[in-house]
Write a protein of this length. Sequence first.
Length: 139
Amino acid sequence: MTVIGDASKARLIALFIDHLIALAIMFVAVALVPENFPVVKAVFFFLFYLGYFVVLEALWSRTLGKFFQGLIVRKLDGTRCDLKAALIRSALRIIEVNPILFGGLPAGLVIIASQRKQRIGDLLAGTVVVSDRLEWEGA
């Protein structure tokens, strides 16, 4: 069975929700660091932003945005997303949603062009974002 990922409005809405939550967490974390530690602020900026995605996807196989939209990250064999896959997916966000690289345009183009509707992070991690109602054969 070839599983096709979700490329609907629900995925875009989930992305928007997740970015708002991740940015809020990141801003709070960065604000707690004194001004005379700019390097620590920069590290916290990336750690807390990306950490939101890594922690939730590794533990829960979805972020809050995906939860609210009825989506879940699955490995291609139907198993839940694990730490390794979550790390790969999140690391590729740096390229895929980088404002310098046209925001989410690279991710969106790859989702549209790929057979399973996967973004670059999904392709490298062997994952796909699907409806949480999808039933997997043999999983």
